[in-house]
Design a protein around this ligand. Sequence first.
Ligand SMILES: CC(C)(COP(=O)(O)OP(=O)(O)OC[C@H]1O[C@@H](n2cnc3c(N)ncnc32)[C@H](O)[C@@H]1OP(=O)(O)O)[C@@H](O)C(=O)NCCC(=O)NCCS
Length: 160
Amino acid sequence: MAPFGTFPYPYGREDALRFIQDASISIIHGTAYHFGVRLASNRALVGAAGMWDIDKDECSCEVGVWIGKEHWGNGYARSALILISYYAFKQVGLAKEYAKVMDFNSRSIAMLNTLGFIKDRDYRQIRPHYRNYVEENRYTIAREEFEGKYGNIDDIQVFK
Ligand SMILES: CC(C)(COP(=O)(O)OP(=O)(O)OC[C@H]1O[C@@H](n2cnc3c(N)ncnc32)[C@H](O)[C@@H]1OP(=O)(O)O)[C@@H](O)C(=O)NCCC(=O)NCCS
């Protein structure tokens, strides 16, 4: 199940309720975790971040982050994805994570590159997007690569 995989447009109340229901089921099954992104200063909710399609055999999951447009450019997505990665690698014990991105989403691609995600050469999908078709690519980072950039995960205590 990939509750964040595609968003209907326009996105209505029913879509939101279906997302909550699907997300709740996958959390119960241990195949997903979803978090709100809140500001430490005033607790304002500015976005959401999560991991889903957790594969215990492959030790992998998909990750994603969404920030409200009025809050873009403040580093919130980058911080949220670093925290999600700590959680995926340390708390859930996964070995790699990936994000799927439409090729026109240059903001997201720039963010993933900044964080050390590398484009998978063997993954390329064509997806319908409004009245067009767009290319979707996958960007991956392994636990060792993440640790090479941000330090040994076992030394980090952000969730304690
Ligand atoms: C992509 C998205 C999450 C970025 O959120 P954000 O909070 O603005 O991102 P940040 O401020 O943390 O910036 C992270 C990186 O994005 C890139 N970025 C930020 N602003 C940018 C801009 N104006 N132009 C191009 N790249 C930009 C940069 O690489 C930046 O890192 P840097 O500051 O070290 O250079 C946000 O635009 C969004 O929610 N988009 C819609 C949903 C989506 O595409 N999610 C991604 C699925 S994985």
